[in-house]
Design a protein. Structure first.
Ligand code: SF4
Ligand code: SF4
Ligand code: FES
Ligand code: FES
Lengths: 597, 202
């Protein structure tokens, strides 16, 4: 690696050649504010807040667009820089509505934070602010199906324009007009239509772009806990953060309040797709399975307790006449632990090889052909893991799950007890209407479903075992790149629902399998021992799962694309600043309080 | 995007901004000779940089139908491999592209400093009076549109009036405006007194 050594604020720093002065500063903990710069996007140099003094150059330079050079001497704190920077901040705020109290970004807003730290104490602007479509949140207009846009708040950094141009590669956002008249817009107000649209909320450094999902729902200080986890809605396995709202146990509403991407250069960069970001409401929705259910004599599914239901499962399997009559249909959402336990179960029972099948859903995601962030078609996080564990992952030529033989066995009555393991959201197991059909026609005698939602499949079952969604259990998955990752338990499963490894252990015990695991960690350790020669699983036994970060730390887990900023910038909010002297014209210009040292 | 209760996309209930949108306009395709001119021009750019010809393409649209419409923007975008949003971005940046219907002759008075000091406002008033329209408007006959522009680059001959993005009238005095309008009405672009650069340095 070629390096360059330069001096920033009297300190010598050495960075990789080709970096910019701003990046060098960030890497070395020097505070320089920025808006239009985003580590995942191209350089624009439009906001001007990153200006620094570079010796031998006649004017102040934007550090985000100046590459480092050997021997460069940079200062970020000289009075000249401080003053010029403050003026830029003053300009950025001349039209900004400062409606932070009703703005969704308030509390995690770079415009707030940087203006506070680097801006002037007061504005000298005496003219009315420029207003689009009304004041405050009345100015919110639809910006496509997922977003709202408030142009009063926009600082025209063009991050959103560049995101669409560079990452989505379908540039739908533009700036119309110029100079003072500039505004962010879409052609004919059609809005943004993209499966990556949620990222625009992340990149927007102000509250101009907000998601409909999160709008008015919570403030950052209401979500004191954030859990680093992954998305399991497709085979990509984006690294994410799950945000938890603080609320008393008895209060209505969900705890899981939003999901945001977490930087991982090898998997998802700074981004995630809208499916992973927005498709989470089902987790705490009304349709979740909360209690074990058993079909009564009268043919109705009725709640029961775990002991009873697990016994019934064992009875059915035993009564069915042994392993040849039993079938397992496992979703590609099953984690390594769950697969291992199903494997153990099958082994104990002496299950036939054809008695196990793996199902998943495949759907092409509509995206621009050149998109830099591709959402893969298979909606299953662990097919690679299933294959490694010896499960029959059989795609047809079109990439769907090939269940023809298995389906034949069920429909011909060769499989009389079918155990379906379906811990993913509805539909991710692929087409299961044939199972419902077979059960209803009586060709399939017993249907046991271990899942999370009251789907038509669960409704047709004789026994329903309520399991956990991926944010409700510590579980390991292997994504399409063969990368081992863990999804952490952020919230508890609802009602009496249990983590799936526990259910499988209990079922196994009832069937007489000698399972002695007391935690999912033990299951992982055993898998790791078994797959020891596969380097992919080297870290499995020690796989770490994040816990909710402490309440006091929420600033650090701020806006994900800015998150690394917190690692070196603010340990806490900067001291409160008040204006030092009465404002020039009126009381309204500033309440004269004493300055805080 | 039915997975989210708040995200059922219903354009009918869309809360739209109040910004002025381009007219949809008639279906648009370039007349064959203009299309040929554009294709000829495109040979001068690398095949993956077709978008470089955007200004020329937008001028050709105006040549054909006087102003830009949404359909024209889509057509240009299609040829230059740009999204309509990108075309609109450029088109709205430049004032010489007209985003609404204009008269046959667009009279553009410079209002920037040099011209303003030399009495451009009086010229605008005089033109306004002669044409019976305020700046920004088109007269009922559809013959004239009066616009105020920024510096036209002929400050030493202020005040300057440009017609149809092309023809200069320099050192215009308010009392000349009546004749100027008559002249344009009678002789069209030929009435131009011409840019001094062209006249003095042939
Ligand atoms: S909407 Fe946000 S991201 Fe886009 S230009 Fe405005 S401030 Fe920047
Ligand atoms: S791309 Fe796949 S893993 Fe990533 S957020 Fe979307 S659904 Fe989740
Ligand atoms: S961050 Fe450097 S100009 Fe915006
Ligand atoms: S100020 Fe009018 S032409 Fe320059």
């Amino acid at each position: 690696m070629d390096t360059v050594t330069l001096t920033i604020d009297g300190r010598e720093v050495t960075v990789e050649k080709g970096k910019t002065v701003l990046q060098a500063a960030i890497d070395n903990g020097v505070q320089i504010p920025y808006y239009c710069y985003h580590p995942g996007l191209g350089i624009d140099g439009s906001c001007r807040v990153c200006i620094v003094k570079i010796e031998k150059l006649p004017k102040l330079q934007t550090s985000c667009s100046t590459p480092v050079a050997e021997g460069m001497v940079v200062s970020t704190q000289t009075p000249e820089v401080v003053e010029a920077r403050a003026s830029v901040f003053e300009f950025l705020l001349i039209n900004h509505p400062l409606d932070c109290p009703v703005c969704d970004k308030g509390g995690e807003c770079p415009l707030q934070d940087f203006s506070y730290s680097f801006g002037p104490n007061e504005s000298r602007m005496e003219f009315p602010r420029r207003v689009f479509d009304g004041e405050g949140v009345r100015a919110d207009v639809d910006f496509g199906p997922t977003l709202m846009l408030n142009r009063n708040r926009c600082i025209l950094c063009t991050r959103c324009v560049r995101f669409m141009r560079e990452i989505d590669t379908d540039p739908q956002i533009n700036i119309v007009d110029r100079g003072y008249g500039s505004e962010i817009a879409t052609f004919q107000e059609e809005g943004v239509h993209s499966l990556l649209s949620g990222n625009l909320m992340d990149v927007c450094p102000v509250g101009a772009i907000t998601t409909r999902d999160y709008r008015f729902k919570s403030r950052p200080w209401d979500n004191p806990d954030a859990v680093d986890t992954i998305c399991t809605l497709c085979e990509k396995g984006c690294n994410t953060t799950a945000w938890l709202k603080a609320k008393p146990e008895w209060a209505k509403g969900a705890r899981l309040i939003r999901i945001t991407p977490r930087f991982n250069p090898d998997v998802n960069d700074y981004w995630m797709c809208d499916i992973g970001r927005f498709d989470y409401r089902w987790i705490e929705g009304d349709n979740r399975l909360q209690k074990p259910l058993l079909r009564s004599e009268a043919g109705v599914l009725e709640p029961t307790d775990w002991r009873n239901v697990v016994g019934k499962v064992a009875d059915r399997v035993t009564a069915a006449g042994g392993p040849s009559a039993l079938g397992f249909l496992v979703s590609g959402h099953a984690s390594l632990e769950e697969l291992a336990l199903i494997g153990r179960l099958g082994g104990t029972l002496g299950l036939r090889e054809e008695g196990v099948a793996v199902g998943w859903r495949r759907r092409e995601k509509p995206q621009a052909p050149g998109a830099k962030f591709k959402i893969p078609p298979v909606d299953a996080p662990n097919l690679m893991g299933a294959a490694d564990m010896g499960f029959p992952v059989r795609p047809t030529s079109s990439g769907d799950a090939d269940l023809a033989a298995f389906r034949g066995d069920v429909e011909a009555g060769r499989i009389t007890v079918l155990y379906v393991f379906d811990p993913g959201p509805e539909g991710t197991l692929g087409d299961v209407s044939w199972i419902v059909e077979a059960r209803q026609s009586g060709r399939l005698q017993h249907l046991i479903v271990q899942g999370v939602l009251m789907t038509p499949l669960a409704a047709a079952a004789d026994i329903v075992l309520p399991g956990a969604a991926w944010v409700e259990k510590d579980a390991a998955y292997v994504n399409e790149q063969g990368r081992l990752q863990g999804a952490a338990r952020a919230i508890a499963p609802p009602g009496e629902a249990m983590e799936d490894w526990q259910i499988l252990v209990n079922v196994g015990l009832a069937l007489g399998a000698p399972l002695t695991y007391t935690s999912s960690q033990e299951v992982r350790a055993e898998i790791a021992a078994g797959l020891g020669d596969n380097p992919r699983y080297a870290g499995l036994a020690e796989l770490a799962f994040a816990r909710p970060t402490a309440a006091g730390n929420w600033l650090k887990t701020s806006n994900p694309s800015e998150r690394w900023k917190w690692d070196f910038m603010f340990q806490d909010l900067p001291p409160v600043k008040f204006v030092g002297k009465p404002g020039a014209t009126s009381w309204m210009n500033g309440i004269p309080l004493t300055e805080v040292e | 995007m039915s997975f989210h209760p708040l995200m059922l996309y219903d354009p009918e209930r869309f809360q739209r901004s109040e910004r002025r949108l381009l007219e949809e306009g008639e279906p648009f395709t370039f007349a064959p000779e203009r299309r040929a001119a554009l294709d000829e021009l495109l040979t001068k750019y690398p095949p993956d940089r077709k978008r470089s010809a955007i200004l020329a393409a937008l001028y050709l649209v105006q040549e054909q139908q006087g102003y830009l419409t949404a359909n024209a923007v889509r057509h240009v975008g299609g040829i230059l491999e740009m999204t309509p949003a990108e075309v609109e971005d450029v088109a709205t940046y430049y004032v010489m592209f007209f985003k609404e219907k204009v008269g046959k002759h667009v009279v553009q008075v410079c209002r920037t400093l040099s011209c303003a000091l030399a009495g451009a406002e009086r010229v605008t008033e005089a033109l306004s009076h002669t044409l019976g329209i305020a700046p920004g408007e088109t007269d009922p006959s559809g013959m004239f549109t009066l616009l105020e522009f920024e510096c036209l680059g002929a400050c030493d001959r202020a005040p300057v009036v440009m017609v149809n993005n092309e023809d200069w009238h320099e050192r215009v005095r308010p009392e000349d405006c009546g004749r100027l309008v008559e002249d344009i009405r009678a002789r069209g672009p030929a009435a131009s007194s011409g840019c001094h650069l062209r006249i003095e340095r042939p």
